[in-house]
Design a protein around this ligand. Structure first.
Ligand code: UN1
Length: 512
């Protein structure tokens, strides 16, 4: 499938074959900026998931027997294709998920960075040589693949996140069953074609298009050894709950955030305004790392507020393919409704609304885009109170609270940490003591200073704490979730000598 949409109905990729699957239902991918249908896909069923898991299970032994380097060769082909087709794929990403075109491009670039990292890592050491208390023993930590990995990925990074999961899972010797987000099946189709064209052996990689029921069928199946999930906290917690109850099975879940930026009295306000606007409105606030809380010291509050509000009133919302656009549409009509509900909740809880572009005026909506899922910035100030739901619940949209604080950095970090989530955050300050305090005490997995809290690079661990993640961050640390460690000890002596001074003598019963 290329950039041109077509009349064909696309299917699943199971056991090395393209198939329509067992079901009769289809669904469409829609351009969120126009409402136009881009392509039609077969909706996967439990039966399709079953076939994909069977294929993945069967392919495992042979795939794991290849060397890391041979497995990585398949990924290098994908890497080159992603690089060659970056502009074309960027446009597909933008048309299918509505991110403006520089973000569409960055998504594809992030994908090939991840593939490069995973395939390059095939030539790096994968374990440790560990000392033993006993001179004649050689001890090692070795890794082996866990088996079949179920990957469930979100629409907002429809090319990058699938490769966070799958590039690493495959190079490490696992086989994969992947369900792309139902909002971005076109990206899913192209990725599956790339892996098929690279000649990945049949059954090693499988894709089933569909909705949450297909995802649940993957999660529930005993043949799945690890579930890698990136998406909403609601679904992620359900998955970790279920999988946690099954011995030997693992779920690595990466979820949302109610991310905050602390702007202290020592902040450079140019950096503060720039970082905050990027963090709140890039991707229309629909990154799990987007910021919905700005915690600003009273000494700089009025000036920051004036400058931030002025820009938020003006950021360009429009056709995402147009490179003068800053914010594209929201992903789907239901999500626009959800964003409005969060705005409403803030009002009910006493917000003083500073910018209300939630319902864009007719002039702001580009011609021919009347059916798009438009929603603009909504900015409010509110007095911090730990009981406010609007400061705790993730909206996943361009919905931002300004909170004024007084006192020291300790006060700011206390407010910052007062959410159930802990994914990303930033401090804007020229005072290194404040910066270091934030680094050490902010309860988050991705922390920034004098930068937006978005835009992590793939070679860093990506993940959160508290309600945002369960300790196996995606990207680099996903290796932990898709491999098992073996502590391997070899005796070079004919004698058996034990550690800890344990006696190796076998005494026998005295008969007389
Ligand atoms: C997400 O927020 O949903 O750090 C993923 C970033 C990107 C990944 C974001 N590299 O902003």
């Amino acid at each position: 499938m290329s950039q041109q949409s077509s009349e064909q109905t696309y299917g699943h990729y199971i056991g090395g074959e393209w198939t329509e699957g067992a079901g009769s239902e289809t669904f469409d991918s829609e351009n969120p900026a126009t409402g136009e249908s881009l392509a039609t896909f077969h909706r996967g069923t439990d039966e399709d998931v079953d076939a994909a898991l069977e294929a993945a299970d069967e392919a495992f032994d042979e795939w794991r027997s290849l060397s890391y380097i041979d497995r990585a060769e398949y990924l290098w082909d994908v890497y080159h294709e992603l690089r060659e087709r970056t502009d074309e794929l960027a446009e597909v990403v933008t048309r299918e998920c509505g991110k403006e075109i520089s973000e569409g491009r960055a998504d594809v670039v992030e994908a090939y960075h991840m593939v490069e990292w995973a395939a390059g890592n095939a030539r790096h050491p994968h374990g440790d040589v560990v000392p033993s208390e006993v001179g004649a023993k050689d001890a090692y930590m070795r890794r082996k693949p866990r088996g079949v990995i179920g990957c469930i990925t979100p629409w907002n990074f429809p090319v990058a996140i699938p490769f966070w999961h799958m590039a690493i899972a495959l190079v490490e010797g696992n086989t994969v069953v992947w369900k792309p987000a139902e909002q971005t099946p076109w990206c899913g189709q192209i990725i599956a074609e790339m892996l098929a064209d690279a000649g990945v052996p049949e059954g090693v990689f499988n894709m089933v298009q569909g909705y949450g029921d297909a995802g649940a069928a993957i999660v529930d199946d005993p043949r799945v050894d690890t579930v890698l999930f990136t998406g909403s906290a609601e679904v992620g917690h359900e998955i970790s709950g279920k999988v946690g109850a099954e011995p030997g099975k693992l779920a690595a879940c990466e979820m949302g955030g109610k991310n905050g930026i602390v702007i202290t009295e020592a902040a450079d306000l140019d950096i503060a305004v720039h970082s905050a606007i990027m963090s709140s409105f890039k991707t229309t606030g629909q990154r799990c790392v987007s910021s919905e809380r700005l915690i600003v010291h009273e000494d700089v509050y009025d000036e920051f507020k004036a400058r931030y509000v002025e820009l938020a009133e003006q950021v360009a919302v429009g056709e995402p393919l147009d490179d003068s656009t800053f914010m594209g549409p929201a992903i789907e009509p239901e999500h626009v409704e959800k964003i409005h509900r969060h705005n409403e909740l803030a009002r009910k809880e006493g917000a003083e609304v500073l910018v209300d572009r939630a319902e864009l005026s007719a002039e702001e909506i580009p011609d021919g885009h009347e059916d798009g899922n438009w929603v603009g910035p909504f900015v409010y100030e509110i007095e911090y109170d730990t009981d406010l739901r609007c400061l705790k619940e993730e909206c996943f949209g361009p919905h931002v609270a300004l909170l004024e604080y007084s006192g020291d950095i300790e006060e700011a970090v206390e407010i910052h940490n007062d959410t159930p989530y802990g994914l990303a955050g930033a401090i804007i300050s020229e005072d290194y003591r404040q910066i270091n305090y934030f680094r050490d005490h902010a309860e988050i997995g991705l922390a920034y200073a004098n930068l937006p809290c978005i835009g992590a690079e793939v070679q860093l661990p990506f993940g959160g704490v508290k309600k945002s993640g369960n300790g196996y961050p995606s990207a680099r640390e996903a290796i932990e979730a898709v491999t098992e460690r073996t502590a391997w000890t070899l005796n070079n002596s004919k004698e058996i000598e034990m550690a800890q001074g344990l006696s190796a003598d076998i005494t026998i019963q005295d008969d007389d």
